[in-house]
Ligand binder design. Sequence first.
Ligand code: BGC
Length: 572
Amino acid sequence: MSTLATILQDEISTATLQKGLYAIAACTLIGAAAYAGYKAAEPETKHLPSHRHPESNEQIEKVLEALRLDDDDKLRVIMQSLEREMELGLSPATHPTADVKMFATYVRSTADGSETGQVLALDLGGTNFRVLLVDLLPQSKVELTSKIFVIPQSIMLGEGSYLFRHLADCLMEFMNKENLNKPGVRYPLGFTFSFPCKQEGLASARLSTWTKGFTCSGVVNEDVVKMLQVAIDEKNINVQCVALVNDTVGTLMACAYKDPNTEIGLILGTGTNACYMEKLDRVGTWDGDYNDPKQVIINMEWGAFGNNHRLNHIRTKYDEEVDLSSVNPGKQIFEKMISGMYMGEIVRLIMLDLIHQNLLFIGKCNGSEDFKTPLFTRGGFYTKYVSSVEMDEGIGFSNTRRVLEDIGIRNPSYDDCAIVQHICKIVSKRAARLAGAGLAVLINRINKPNVTVGVDGSLYRYHPRFKRNMEKCMQNLVSKNIKFLLQLSNDGSGIGAALTVAAAEALSNQEKTKRSYPLSDDGSGKGAGLIAVVASRYLQQLSQSTSTLHNHNNEKVPTQFQKHLSTLQSPM
Ligand code: BGC
């Protein structure tokens, strides 16, 4: 009975169970159909994965992995490689094929703050060009009057003579405005020319290659001081170019004017480069004298590090694309991973990659009109956007939203903003760590207890955490017994050129007793060489004497450049 009862009960429960299962199956089918229908009709944006923390999204991380350079040991390997390349640049046998050229500048020591006077300077290094009037005042004070002029793309890519004519035109306009074009007064001028040059004297330098988007024809291997002087003379402006300096050298000089521990000049702007004070016995290519001070400033041209493929192991497909689409493929590889001319473009290419993988701006870039926006245009994402995006803190993303609207993304979502900021941070941090590793090589090599680095350039100036990221990695890479300081150098390129000119002008005033100024008919190259020769010869005698420059009113301004004269040496 009990067995029968159990069977009956089992039958009842089985039937109930079956009914239940049918019901569930039916519900599942209806549910699945409804879900499928809903999915088909669902707008694209609903597929958005959650990127509240984009860095923890695996797919995005996979894309960005190649750009991470967080391991100090990776940086140490790069440091060793850079130092090897530096040695190749300094040795006469390997210099011709070395990527890091290590040009000797013939500047042998830094100014000490006692220099005073008024000089003109031209500063050409990127898309902007500046004309400056520099007043060096007592106690290392400096007053500047300057005007910025744009260099149009047509001139950057055109004939060299047009470029120098344009510079002379701007100089004339500035002088007219400042009332400096007065008969009988010849102004000395310093030319900050921030491109790789093999210097043959203070006012003689041959361009070895163009960088930063310039390709003007007929200038490579030519003496750029001569070309500038020809253009100036054509305009009948009473100006003599007496010195050419690289912007890194100007920055070092200007910073040393205030801080005697300054041994390095660094530029992080449109391009990047560093210079430093090197011992003469380590400069195999040195062709000058070995008198005191036994040192010379070396313009490294470190932007070309990697041209010989030494950085291939850390380059990404984005770096390769930036390089291939530049006007100088295969050149300035280190610069293209760091500087302002390229950083925005790297970020843009990564964004395009994420869009392509459906990980960013989902459903926002489909129409043919979208492809005409800056986001899809080469160079459409400026490096200043990177700084602006990284300035956003918290969840408001007000800058990032503005930037994204500017490049054609309407109503960016929170996720879009967070991902774009994440990309910017990774790209700029990689750049800062590479530059920091480069500096660490120099600081360790100089090996003095206190080393100040004069730094200038828009990237360093305006990026909210570039300096911090550099310092962080340098703390681990610089020898523990050395204290270093990164010092923003205000207007280094202008002031540094002026300091160098001031010394040359002081000398020329001494020379006037024997020769008229300018010194010779056979070009400023030899003239500058002569200035430098005489500088060392007269160094001792000049310690008590003064020289003159002209102020705004054409009155003679007494100057004391004697100590600075030791910065000038000939390539004898
Ligand atoms: C140039 C250097 C310059 C640097 C920073 C590089 O492209 O080759 O001469 O110092 O940019 O302006």
